[in-house]
Design a binder for this molecule. Structure first.
Ligand code: NAD
Length: 500
């Protein structure tokens, strides 16, 4: 087999030091889509050393902010130039539809532009009043240093860009490790960074498994920060591996997100249609493989039956198939592992007493759904309760559970009854109530009468076990900076604390 060079160290694309390779599968038919280098500890150490040199001796950390921002804007332009190519890569690698891939590229482009604008709009430092004219005191920001970035498979390019764009804007160097399941768009992004003129060694990529590559990045003493997006179990391991070196750690983990619907939101035909439509979108876009998926429908009992019947009717009509086919609305799950997990969650829910309203199995294959693909029907499980595994754990599949409530307090209690706290929504035409409930939800993002939109200028992240830190917004830039206070005494004199 010819050497595949998907590891990028110090400006050179190369094969794994061990020569190992990995097949990347197309989830629509489980056939080989690409072969990538399977990096190991040796490759990771070389990439960290390159990023270290580029930070300690290279020009990037000291490059004027305006030039750094200009580079980010060039990257944004290149992303738009390659929009169709990247959307296709992302669609085939993750299974998502081509249209979702295009939306991802546009969102990624916006993230690069946003961080370019954010850094150029800032002042160089904050002058602090020390209470005396004899002191000039300034608080300023500096890059953290060498950043390690570890990303998941559901939004590979998007999650990478939420780290890469602010890290570069702040003047850091980095090593990124994409998910071994979907590494292709990250490799493309790093090529665009080089094309945009990023100095050698600033951006390095190691394709390979979580352990050893991600584990090595997390523990390495020459890494100053590790930013991880992925599941709770891996995130906990990253935090543990990072602890002995006391590096900065940012974790974007999972969610078990409530979508709370009050009966008044369904009082008119239009309101009902909108709430059902958005509940479908909340739960089933990208086959539910979304950290903020509205996987728990929490609905007022008086409208439950009508709402769930309509939801199930529409869910049954969702067109599943290969994401690149015209007319397909939902692609396959990303892997055999995700398919197995989904089947196991549905089986456990049924054993625990859930009522299957639709789905609950793989669809019949047809011309857009190869029999070997990892397809699963959108599934609605009614009569769910808080003790069920399917309600408590993140399934990350096309499964919507239904719980119901009688009072506002009950709705809030159910919505907050999760160890996670990433996102959630409340639907009501009573503005005071909607805002009251939103204020009580212990989640990092709350939508009122909407689901899923996010803004690059607004922070994203979670309460509880959904993580530590924030991405996007000013806080998403601050993750990649150290804060330094410089206190300058303009009239030095002895303090005479000690008599002698
Ligand atoms: P995962 O935890 O299995 O893998 C994520 C990344 O961690 C991969 O690159 C993987 O190789 C790496 N990894 C695995 N073990 C590791 C270890 N011991 N040390 C270091 N790195 C390791 O997650 P996934 O299945 O790829 O993605 C799905 C998860 O990501 C879901 O839980 C989802 O909610 C979460 N997610 C969160 C957000 C967010 O913004 N909060 C966004 C997208 C996905």
């Amino acid at each position: 087999m010819a050497a595949v060079e998907t590891i990028h160290v110090d400006g050179v694309w190369q094969a794994a030091a061990s020569g190992a390779q990995r097949e990347v599968l197309d989830p629509a038919d489980a056939k080989t889509l690409a072969v990538v280098a399977e990096g190991g500890v040796e490759d990771t150490d070389a990439a960290i050393a390159a990023a270290r040199r580029a930070f300690d001796q290279g020009p990037w950390p000291g490059t004027p902010v305006a030039e750094r921002a200009a580079l980010l804007r060039r990257v944004a332009d290149l992303l738009q130039r390659d929009r169709e190519t990247i959307a296709l890569i992302e669609s085939r690698d993750t299974g998502k539809t081509l249209e979702e891939g295009r939306v991802d590229v546009d969102d990624v482009t916006n993230a690069f532009r946003y961080f370019a604008d954010l850094v150029t709009g800032e002042s160089a430092g904050r002058v602090v009043d020390a209470g005396t004219p004899d002191v000039h005191s300034v608080v300023a920001h500096e890059p953290v240093g060498v950043c390690a970035m570890i990303t998941p498979w559901n939004y590979p390019l998007l999650q990478a860009s939420w780290k890469v764009a602010p890290a570069l804007a702040a003047g850091n160097t980095f090593v990124i490790k994409p998910s071994e399941v979907t590494p292709l768009s990250t490799v493309h992004l790093v090529k665009l960074l080089a094309e945009a003129g990023l100095p050698t060694g600033v951006a390095n990529v190691v394709t390979g498994a979580g352990d050893p590559v991600g584990a090595r990045l997390s523990e390495h003493p020459d890494v100053d920060l590790v930013s991880f997006t992925g599941g709770l179990i891996s995130g906990t391991k990253v935090a543990q591996a990072a602890a002995p070196t006391v590096k900065k750690v940012a974790l974007e983990l999972g969610g078990k997100n409530p979508n709370v619907v009050f009966a008044d939101a369904c009082a008119t035909a239009e309101g009902f249609d909108t709430a059902v439509d958005q509940a479908l979108n909340a739960a089933f876009i990208h086959s539910g493989q979304v950290c903020s998926a509205g996987a728990r429908l929490i609905i007022e009992e008086s409208v439950r039956e009508r709402f769930v019947a309509e939801l199930a009717r529409r869910a049954e009509k969702i067109k599943l198939g290969r994401g690149t086919e015209d007319g397909v609305e939902c692609g396959p799950l990303v892997s055999a592992q995700q398919l197995d997990k989904t089947e196991a969650y549905v089986a456990s829910a049924l054993a625990e007493g859930a009522l299957l309203r639709c789905g609950g199995k793989q669809p019949e294959p047809n011309e857009v759904r190869p029999a070997t693909g990892y397809f699963y029907l959108p599934t609605v499980l009614d009569q769910c309760h808080r003790e069920m595994r399917v309600v408590r754990e993140e399934t990350f599949g096309p499964i919507l559970t239904v719980e119901s409530f009688q009072t506002e307090d009950e709705a809030v209690t159910l919505a907050n009854d999760t160890e996670y706290g990433l996102a959630g929504a409340v639907w009501s035409t009573d503005t005071a109530r909607a805002r009251r409930v939103a204020a009580r939800l212990r989640h990092g993002t709350v939508w009122i009468n909407d689901y899923h939109p996010y803004l690059p200028q607004a922070e994203w992240g979670g309460f509880g076990k959904s993580g530590v830190g924030r991405e996007l917004g000013p806080a998403g830039l601050d993750e990649y900076r150290e804060t330094k206070h410089v206190y300058e005494n303009l009239r030095p004199s002895p303090v005479r604390w000690f008599a002698g």
